[in-house]
Ligand binder design. Structure first.
Ligand code: URA
Length: 481
């Protein structure tokens, strides 16, 4: 058998791999005949990946979606493993990528998950430090980060969208990314010493972290899992952790003694400003910012935060808290919530194991007599809260997200879609989780009695389907977009 050595550029060379595989597989070159080398590890006989497109190689979506994240993985065998997968798919195993028990698919799936986790950590734990003046007097910031995988190019657009108004550089041991207010540029590896050790944000971060740290919920194992120690040296707020943990016991005692008159904690304005310019590192940190923010439309008693375990199989997104939710500070406790609880039970979903939240976190209402009448949030208000919802769901990382009604669909997709058209399994574009669209329980409450029974049964059936999809990823194959 003739063997070939294909050279790709170091890092995640998706274009090179695609070009090569489009030649190799249609030409019948099996995986065992190919050695993939990266960058300078060139052998005398290495060929560059072909520049012209090869023949069309039509791959099932599940395979096409697996390729980019696996290419970002640092495992030197990644290209060979993908070649083996594509080879088998092209030879007739069309549904191979959905066979979770296949050892090759299992390994590639773990690689995809590791890359997704790494991206999440980079988004959450990267900290910019002020590093001088940029072009035209713009402020300049720099950050040092050590990703586990080759994710810099994938992660950088997130920071360009989040921080468009200052110039910044992200330096990593593998490469760098630079934003000048107009475009992203990639550059050579950086050095940690090129990023200032301290800056003015730090005080804000440390204040913020200390003021939102809840000593009664100190759980070191969970903290380490959420914010692994290796990221701490880049995160100024972590300097406060050892002291806070040492003090936790005493502070809990004080909290118990003071409980009846304990004031609602407000995050200092300076810390909030620092927070808004950075990325919360945990759901608790995110919730603290939401709790401390003013409602977009005045009147609400408090922000109503999501409720349920991290890693819940199902997350359900409603519209906004109602009157009862606003008073009690918990989602879905009023009439619509009670109907939802009953439907969940009948669909076999344990409410305490699901994550319940809303697109909008504050109650918007109009006073009529003694009653506070719910007002539908505008598209602008939904967009305002969307940043929070996205991050909240990223921390919860559910296996499936159920949108209850049109406002939830708008929040999750940015699009106004009639429920009648969207109802059922859905892919929410750009979201890492599959979705499911159904009606809002309040809609059922508004129906005339004679129509409610059938509509309710349809709602329970939807929830049952959603539970099946969340429990068995294989049943999601062929889901409509
Ligand atoms: N309706 C919602 O959408 N959410 C709630 O929490 C309560 C009612």
């Amino acid at each position: 058998m003739q063997t070939r050595t294909i050279r790709l550029t170091s890092g995640a060379d998706l274009d090179g791999f695609r070009a090569a595989i489009r030649h190799l597989v249609p030409a019948g070159v099996p995986p065992e005949a190919v050695t993939w080398v990266e960058g300078d590890a060139a052998s005398l006989f290495a060929e560059d990946a072909p520049a012209e497109p090869g023949s069309a190689l039509v791959l099932p979506r599940a395979v096409a979606e697996l390729v980019p994240p696996v290419v970002m993985h640092r495992d030197p065998e990644r290209y060979g493993l993908l070649h083996r997968l594509i080879w088998r798919v092209a030879r007739g195993e069309r549904h191979l990528a959905e066979v979770a028990s296949d050892p090759l698919v299992h390994r590639l799936t773990l690689m995809r998950k590791a890359v997704a986790r790494d991206l999440h950590k980079m988004h959450a734990f990267l900290r910019f430090r002020r590093s001088g003046a940029g072009e035209g007097g713009r402020e300049r910031f720099a950050a040092w980060f050590e990703p586990e995988h080759h994710i810099l190019a994938e992660a950088a657009p997130f920071f360009a969208a989040r921080f468009p108004s200052f110039d910044w550089s992200i330096l990593t041991p593998d490469g760098s990314a630079h934003w000048d207010g107009r475009a992203l540029h990639v550059g050579p590896p950086g050095r940690r010493e090129d990023v200032p050790e301290h800056d003015a944000f730090e005080a804000g971060w440390t204040d913020y972290y200390s003021s939102t740290f809840n000593p009664a919920r100190t759980n070191l194992a969970a903290m380490r899992a959420e914010m692994p120690k290796k990221y701490w040296h880049n995160m100024p707020e972590t300097a406060a952790i050892p002291g806070l943990v040492r003090e936790a016991g005493r502070r809990v005692g004080e909290m118990i003694a003071r409980a009846p008159e304990a004031p609602v904690k407000r995050v200092p304005a300076r810390a909030l400003a620092a927070m808004a310019a950075q990325e919360p590192a945990s759901l608790e940190a995110l919730n603290a910012v939401i709790r401390a923010s003013e409602p977009l439309v005045p009147g609400a008693t408090q922000a109503v935060l999501g409720e349920g375990p991290l890693g819940a199989a199902i997350a359900l997104v409603g519209e906004q808290p109602g009157d009862q939710e606003d008073l009690q500070g918990r989602p879905f406790v009023g009439p619509a919530g009670q109907l939802l609880a009953r439907a969940l039970r009948e669909a076999g979903i344990d409410r305490s194991q699901a994550y319940l939240t809303n697109a909008v976190k504050h109650f918007k209402f109009e006073v009529r007599g003694k009653r506070r009448i719910h007002q539908k949030p505008t598209a602008g208000e939904v967009a305002h809260y969307r940043w929070w919802l996205d991050r909240e769901l990223a921390f919860v990382a559910p296996r499936l997200v159920v949108a209850l009604g049109a406002t939830a669909v708008l929040a999750l997709t940015g699009r106004q879609v009639p429920i009648t058209r969207a109802r059922g399994p859905a892919a929410f574009e750009g979201k890492p989780y599959p979705g499911f669209v159904t009606v809002h329980p309040s809609y059922l409450l508004r129906l005339p009695d004679e129509a409610r029974g059938e509509a309710y049964a349809g709602f329970v059936e939807d929830l049952r389907r959603a539970a099946t999809l969340a429990a068995d990823p294989a049943s999601r194959v062929g889901m409509a977009g």
